[in-house]
Design a protein around this ligand. Structure first.
Ligand SMILES: [Ca+2]
Ligand SMILES: [Ca+2]
Length: 198
């Protein structure tokens, strides 16, 4: 019985950690992610990778894209999807990840619009490794929330390629909105008090 509980504790920790890692003791690394708010404005030169099947770039400003699918803050943000057509997009830059106990990329995301089938996806990749895949949910999200991506495996002081990869294989509209992308250095990898063993 003790073994079972111990196993559950481990699995619950791993499972919960993967689902919603909420590190603590975090400070924003500077320079970290460059123009993570996108407020430098068009052409968003720090984001050296920008592609979109239908729009040329996934980055928007409110003058061009309106406010129906609004930014988290400011007047510039990344809007993946948004087409009544198949849409593929990428958004990336090279950034340096310093050594540290726990490094995370944190950003705000809102999947503001969805259409069945729920097959659109947004990958977050570092050096070609997919660290997280967000899948189109069956209901849209009412607001932006924080998303944490653990990049500690790449924390060696060297430059690394950060890349968002969007895939929208069908003609139904989905809107994946991203803003305020940051690199954080944290002292604790997860919010341990959030975990409950049932
Ligand atoms: Ca912004
Ligand atoms: Ca869809």
């Amino acid at each position: 019985m003790r073994t079972t509980i111990g196993l559950c504790a481990l699995l619950c920790l791993i499972s919960a950690g993967m689902a919603s890692a909420q590190p603590t003791g975090c400070t924003t690394v500077s320079p970290g992610v460059l123009d993570g708010t996108f407020e430098a404005g068009s052409p968003w030169a720090q984001w050296t990778v920008q592609t979109s099947t239908n729009f040329g770039t996934p980055i928007c400003d409110t003058l061009t894209c309106g406010t129906a699918a609004p930014p988290f803050a400011g007047t510039n943000w990344a809007w993946f999807g948004g087409a009544v057509a198949a849409e593929n997009a990428t958004l990336g830059q090279t950034f340096s990840i310093p050594p540290g106990p726990f490094l995370f990329v944190r950003f705000r995301m809102r999947i503001q619009g969805v259409t069945a089938p729920f097959t659109d996806t947004l990958d977050v990749r570092v050096d070609g490794n997919t660290l997280t895949t967000f899948v189109e949910p069956p209901t849209p999200e009412p607001s932006y929330t924080e998303r944490y991506i653990n990049v500690t495996a790449f924390a060696n002081g060297n430059p690394h390629a950060l890349l968002f990869v969007y895939s929208g294989p069908t003609t139904g509209v989905a809107n994946f909105l991203v803003d305020n992308v940051e690199l954080l250095s944290c002292t604790t990898p997860v919010e341990l008090q959030d975990f409950r063993i049932e």
